[in-house]
Design a protein around this ligand. Sequence first.
Ligand code: SAM
Length: 286
Amino acid sequence: MRAMNYRHAFHAGNFADILKHLALLAALEALTRKDSALFFLDTHAGRGRYDLRCREALKTGEAAAGIGRLVAAASLPPLAQRFLTLLRGFDPANADDIVTYPGSPLLAAAVMRPQDRAALCELEREEAEALRSELRGDRRFGVHCRDGYEALGGLLPPREKRGLVLVDPPYEEQEKELLKVADALVAAQQLWPTGVFTAWYPIKLPGATRRFHERLRTAGASKVLVAELCVHADDTRIGLNGSGMVFLNPPWQLDEVLAATLPAVQRAMQPSGEGRTRVDWLERKS
Ligand SMILES: C[S@@+](CC[C@H](N)C(=O)[O-])C[C@H]1O[C@@H](n2cnc3c(N)ncnc32)[C@H](O)[C@@H]1O
């Protein structure tokens, strides 16, 4: 019996993935502006590549309402345009529709340079095997079938001074996992103070986001950038109203790039005008 119900194939390419992957792309682009080698740690990596024509994607229709709408948007800011160009590169034969959607590991692989290195953790054996076969032959990548939280302690600090850690769990128990993520980010930053740390989080339950941010503050996080994109009001009972990313020690000007990108992306994702975006800094604890 599966201990975990979550399968990312149902959600790949949805509006939450778009926020996450735009922010990831912007951060990696910023970090690769300097020549020195980077280390990328993806604690919850998934299978790497998703076929948007598969039964799971068609069943939820989330990709159609996410990447499907982004592709159809009339004009987009430069980061979103570069994102679409990258996506089209994964499957040039279907470049108009985008039926192949890259997960965070393949997106990183497209931006990383020969001197960079990545460790990708995925707990589900089948997903980890799929990821391993995606990246077979690419010596920059190590795929680990292991618990991503435990890997933070095991793999940090890396030999590289610079790099990025992405924490992107399934949040099957939302409140509990939000607090676990906040604590894990702060503990990991203490192991590797020069690293950039980011986590994706769902916006579903009123108050949960506030408690997550508060936990980051009380755990001692400083300089936390918040980027959120919602397609519904924060407190509807629809399910996923939106999602966010927190960045500890974000690259220079990431806030400006995201602020210049998210409003147009949000409008593309939600033509009715419902929802909102946010890009700002968590206030320091006084
Ligand atoms: C949201 S998906 C990841 C998507 C991926 N980061 C991307 O952007 O393409 C979460 C993944 O974490 C895996 N997972 C769940 N618990 C885990 C754990 N404790 N350690 C590592 N992976 C885990 C799930 O099997 C699932 O594939």
